[in-house]
Design a protein around this ligand. Structure first.
Ligand code: TC6
Ligand code: FAD
Length: 603
């Protein structure tokens, strides 16, 4: 165990276990989490030492193996795989890879359970829940992701056969990006333009079988594959799909809200946007995911900064890099943000559960409110977490570039989240129709003669800024309220208050221009904020390692040499380098193939 980390832990002014329990929702929740986590951490198949040295094909293969192991484990332990089962959420939450179960449960099955009739649920949900079929969510096409109404795939009703016929009429209508579509899934919920009696009724969702259940070969009319290598999500076979006159029974259209009768009559839903429910669910989940990713990166960077000593400041004294105020100014706001986002994530899950049960019982009034807040917070938390994770990586200096650091993988899997489930600018714009000040600006533009679309585009930059400011304000408010409600000992409360104040003051400093421009603050007041930040950094310094310890990430989850609990960074780095595939033989084959030739040549 590193002496530096031991000292840090000894110097903490609060009880680490108390904070872990507080973050988990109580000691009983911690116990349950640890019990479930041990199932994963004690099963070797879930963690490969050479994970970061695998080729793309090997990584995909590994993710499918992990998927199979997870399903087996859940069956053995009697854990029902559904997104609203806390034990399943705990279990899948300690697997640090993207595996098919996320889309299968979060988007495929949830679309059916939210948008399917009782009969459809009765037929499909047991098949999905028992993994007799593997599903994904195929909406995005080559030419359109954001503009859902512009999708081109068609589902045309043939009343003589009581079937829908699905087609990708153009190259641009090829489904493109859906996760685990290329090689894994044999079914998908597909978004398509519904035609009946020669009239288009817009985007609706259809369950389509893509592959044979016996040999996994694509069914007639289905052209399908992986879209190739990409940034992040390396375990995922994001896919392409073309449909050529694929027939499905009428009953495969999700019909809880909109319906097509056997005779081909279209019955509209009360709110067409209810078809977008799977996207809303994942946006909500991403808020908590951002918090966890930033907490993981902060843990690695803060532990490493306590172990790392650099630059002799007095004879024989090389401080821990965590003692430099500049390092604290990089890292402690990330720690504070991770906590703030954690509380925002809890708020979003509670709000989702409340509104979701209203929606399920047919009350759709709060759908728009849920959409506004989930869009804004999804964008704000994924944007901020992505930037913060990179700050953490750079704060690890040279070793931050080695895959042994562990932050790269966290970054690569969070980065796509600024685009998937709604590109962030577009999501901010969805949240901004909800902010009062921007409405005034829009009215001004309309009065100057612009039409609604032109005014919206012209005000776009301000709309996005307003949405960001609103999300930030919401998160600060929710953070303070959440702390007030928690039952904590005075020593823990003091630490948590310092971190929350740091979050608030840092946010003002970061956005000082807006506060000064709006006349909300004077330069003098801003100086007070800066002085307060310095004071708070030194308060947080003493407990920083203990706070990240309280996140209680297992080393097998973090997969970081720099951020391991024992802080034995240098021995582990040396062993990691020695195990590199390039070092397998004493002399590499390239020597005999190329270098030796050069040495022998007369050039
Ligand atoms: C592991 C993860 C894997 C990844 C998976 C994926 O990426 S899957 C793929 C993920 N793909 C994406 O995320 C695609 C991103 N794009 C979209 O979600 C939509 O196309 C859109 C929201 C940009 C516009 O939608 P549009 O052109 O159809 O709508 P419109 O402009 O005509 O607005 C009409 C009204 O509807 C409202 N409303 C809209 N959505 C919702 C909702 N969910 N709920 C409630 N309401 C909603 C909107 O605010 C407006 O209200 P207002 O002002 O009249 O009161
Ligand atoms: C890793 C990954 C996994 C994915 N998984 C799935 C999946 O499982 N299923 C699925 O169906 N899809 C999936 N997607 C697709 C994803 O949902 C879309 O890529 C995403 O919604 C963005 O749409 P787009 O690609 O059309 O971006 P575009 O809309 O083309 O964005 C390009 C630029 O245009 C801007 N822009 C676009 N429209 C507007 C506007 N109205 N106002 C202002 N600016 C605008 C954007 O801000 C952006 O800067 C995945 C994508 C990725 C990267």
């Amino acid at each position: 165990m590193s002496e530096s980390l031991q000292t840090e832990r000894k110097n903490a002014t609060f009880n680490i276990k108390e904070l872990t329990d507080t973050l988990n929702g109580g000691p009983e929740e911690t116990r349950k989490r640890k019990q479930i986590e041990s199932l994963v951490f004690n099963t070797p198949a879930f963690h490969r030492q050479d994970r970061f040295q695998l080729s793309r094909e090997e990584i995909y293969d590994y993710s499918i193996k992990v998927y199979g192991e997870l399903i087996k484990l859940c069956k053995k332990e009697n854990i029902e795989i559904r997104y609203d089962n806390p034990d399943y959420v705990r279990l899948v939450g300690c697997i640090p890879e993207e595996i098919p179960v996320g889309l299968h449960v979060g988007m495929f099955s949830s679309s059916i359970s939210d948008q399917g009739t009782e009969e459809q649920q009765k037929k499909w949900i047991p098949l999905a829940r028992n993994f007799k079929i593997f599903g994904t969510y195929a909406q995005t096409e080559l030419a359109h992701g954001t503009f859902v109404r512009g999708l081109e795939t068609t589902a045309t009703y043939d009343e003589s056969k009581q079937e829908f016929i699905l087609n990708s009429p153009t190259i641009t209508s090829t489904k493109w990006w859906p996760g685990f579509l290329g090689r894994t899934s044999n079914h998908a919920v597909i978004a398509a333009q519904l035609y009946t009696k020669s009239k288009c009724y817009g985007i609706h969702m259809f369950i389509v079988q893509l592959r044979d259940l016996k040999d996994h070969k694509p069914l007639p009319g289905v052209t399908i594959g992986d879209i190739g290598d990409k940034f992040g999500f390396d375990t995922v076979d994001n896919g392409f799909l073309r449909l050529d006159n694929v027939h499905i029974p009428r009953e495969n259209m999700l019909m809880k809200y909109a319906k097509v009768t056997p005779e081909g009559k279209y019955l509209p839903p009360t709110n067409a946007k209810v078809a977008y429910s799977a996207m809303t669910l994942i946006r909500v989940v991403l808020v908590r995911g951002s918090a966890k990713a930033l907490a993981s990166a902060s843990t690695i960077a803060i532990r490493y900064s306590a172990v790392r000593h650099q630059t002799e400041t007095a004879p024989g004294k090389e401080p821990q890099v965590l003692d430099y105020v500049t390092q604290q100014y990089k890292l402690f706001p990330q720690l504070a943000t991770a906590l703030a986002f954690g509380f925002a994530g809890n708020y979003m899950i509670d709000t989702f559960n409340k509104i979701h049960s209203e929606i399920s019982s047919g009350q759709l009034d709060a759908l728009s409110e849920l959409h506004g807040i989930s869009s804004g917070l999804k964008a704000y938390t994924t944007d901020t977490a992505t930037a913060g994770i990179e700050v953490c990586r750079r704060a690890c200096g040279g070793h931050g570039y080695s895959n042994a650091c562990g932050i790269q993988h966290i970054y690569a899997n969070v980065l796509p989240c600024v685009t998937l489930e709604g590109e962030n600018t577009v999501m901010y714009l969805q949240a901004a129709s909800k902010v009062i000040s921007t409405i005034k600006r829009l009215e001004q533009l309309r009065r100057s003669g612009m039409d609604q679309d032109e005014a919206w585009n012209t005000a776009g930059i301000e709309l996005v800024q307003a949405a960001k400011a609103h999300c930030h304000y919401f998160i600060v408010k929710n953070y303070l309220r959440s702390l007030e409600k928690l039952n904590m000992t005075p020593s823990l409360r003091k630490v948590m208050n310092s971190i929350a104040l740091l979050y608030g003051n840092y946010g003002i400093d970061e956005n000082a221009g807006d506060f000064l421009e709006s006349g909300f603050m004077t330069g003098e007041q801003l100086n007070l904020v800066k002085a307060k930040i310095l004071q708070l950094l030194s308060e947080v310094r003493r407990n920083a390692v203990a706070v990240v310890d309280a996140f209680d990430f297992d080393d097998k989850y973090l997969r970081s040499i720099l951020g391991a609990y024992d802080g034995d960074v240098y021995n582990r780095l040396y062993n990691w380098a020695k195990s590199s595939p390039l070092n397998k033989t004493e002399v590499h084959s390239s020597y005999t193939e190329y270098l030796q030739q050069l040495l022998k040549s007369k050039l």
